[in-house]
Design a protein around this ligand. Structure first.
Ligand code: ARG
Length: 468
């Protein structure tokens, strides 16, 4: 059998080509071709190291370098021919390079697809975290814009989806912003964990050749803050480890869960029952049947896609669970879930940014909802505490007052003074002054509370981080 009838990369040991079904079943190029820019970057660094240690001549390196530079351009075209029979992005690119220069036959010296794919993915994760961070910042800016504009607009805050205590739109939106801020930090941590170079680990046990791993790591930018190379410490771990996949997938889960909870708030606020927010036409859709409908599909899809992103993490955990060290072909299935989480989360973030930046609040509806005096029942208990009543008793008295008002079909501050004093003699003449939202917010000027200066302070904090 002529050499070219065999599988070009590993055909030596085999007398037959893989079955067509096996080729279709085993290929990953349909999805891992998106790693091509990273794969070429890795190959260039590896070749440069091989030349540095004398395993490639200057001339061979220069031919490989030129070939890779041409390929970097060629792969941008949709016409680039990816071949299924070459299995994956790594073998496709090596073959494409070989067509340009015979020197490419030396490129895989001291390298395995195992450390190659681990390197490609670490480069991918560093880039993906940066891209997500940028998109996250845009989403955060939109939320911040609304939080600032409606900083002191009162709305009810809810627990159990029951009116609990008054807050402001600023306080509520900043709560989402704090959560997303932690996601931003998490993405930086994932990028930092990805910043370690596996190249030189080979299949599992490195190579007998005089590879200079630190050199490759430096060329690829796997360096610490002082510019010192960061390389993996164990070749078996380097090719078997998928921690970084899990960390990335989990960072996406965390962020999408935050977006999903934000989405749920927006969906509720957008309902006729709440009527707090007006979403732009551009991010809502109509009904095919009911002409009056304007549905918050963008936010419902964020909720829906979050399920998918959670599933991707689960997918990875299950794929990895029972694998013995080191590389097993199951691991080829590790890429679609992380690519999908990246793609879906990127879109969710862009949708949040686009839709919220054009949303407005219905101020009247918000104020009306927040004027429910029961929202200040806890403040009335605090009032009694200030008059020396133990909180547990104060809580009980106010509970009785609420029940009495309900029975008499009046609102809490409209109870007769005599009736109120009968329930709780510690109530002063001025207890109704509690039912004043401005007072309620002004008395909450401590960190973490919705006092106007607190909100202003946090808005300024986020402005400094996001807008400077
Ligand atoms: N396409 C493979 C993957 O993504 C590359 C690594 C192949 N390694 C191997 N020993 N067959 O996992």
């Amino acid at each position: 059998m002529a050499v070219e009838d065999k599988q070009v990369t590993w055909g030596g040991r085999f007398s037959d080509q893989p079955d067509l079904l096996m080729q279709v079943f085993g290929e990953s190029v349909s999805f891992d071709k998106r790693l091509a820019p990273f794969d070429l970057q890795g190959s260039l660094a590896h070749a440069s190291m091989l030349a540095h240690v004398g395993l490639l001549s200057e001339n061979e390196f220069s031919e490989i370098k030129t070939g890779i530079e041409v390929l970097i351009e060629e792969i941008k075209s949709p016409d680039f021919s990816w071949k299924l029979e070459l299995e994956d992005v790594h073998m496709n690119l090596e073959q494409a390079l070989l067509e340009k220069t015979g020197a490419a036959a030396k490129l895989h010296t001291g390298r395995s697809r195992n450390d190659q794919v681990a390197t490609d993915m670490r480069l991918f994760f560093k880039d993906a975290c940066n891209q997500l961070s940028e998109k996250l910042e845009l989403a955060m800016k939109s939320i911040l814009g609304l939080a600032k504009k409606y900083a002191n607009l009162p709305i009810p805050g809810y627990t159990h989806l029951q009116r609990a205590q008054p807050v402001t739109v600023g306080h509520h939106l900043l709560a989402h912003l704090e959560a997303l801020g932690r996601d931003h930090e998490r993405l930086s941590q994932v990028a930092d964990h990805a910043n370690v170079c596996p190249l030189g680990s080979g299949a599992i046990a490195g190579s007998t050749l005089p590879l200079d791993r630190a050199y490759t790591a430096k060329v690829l930018g796997f360096v610490d803050q002082a510019g010192e190379p960061r390389i993996t410490a164990n070749g078996m771990d380097a090719v078997a480890d998928r921690d970084i996949f899990l960390e990335f997938a989990m960072a996406c889960v965390n962020c999408s869960l935050h977006l999903s909870r934000l989405a749920e708030d927006v969906i509720l606020w957008n309902s006729s029952e709440f009527g707090f927010i007006q979403l732009p036409d551009s991010f809502t859709t109509g009904s095919s049947l009911m002409p009056q409908k304007k549905n918050p599909d963008s936010f419902e899809l964020i909720r829906g896609k979050t399920g998918r992103i959670v599933g991707n993490l689960q997918n990875l955990c299950v794929a990895i669970k029972g694998l013995p060290l080191t590389y097993n072909r199951d691991l080829q299935e590790d890429k679609p879930p992380v690519f999908d989480s990246f793609d879906q989360l990127s879109m969710c973030l862009a949708v949040v940014a686009g839709s919220l930046s054009d949303s407005t609040f219905h101020e009247e509806n918000c104020r009306t909802a927040a004027s429910d005096p029961l929202l200040l029942a806890t403040d009335l208990a605090d009032y009694l505490v200030e008059r020396g009543v133990p909180f547990r008793s104060a809580h009980h008295f106010i509970g009785e007052l609420v029940a009495l008002a309900e029975k008499k079909k009046v609102s809490l501050p409209d109870l007769e003074q005599g009736d109120a004093l009968e329930v709780c003699s510690e109530l002063g003449e001025n207890w109704r002054e509690v039912f004043n939202l401005s007072r309620a917010f002004e008395m909450r000027e401590r960190p973490g509370m919705p006092g106007p200066n607190q909100i202003k302070g946090r808005v300024e904090h986020w402005e400094k981080l996001l807008l400077s």
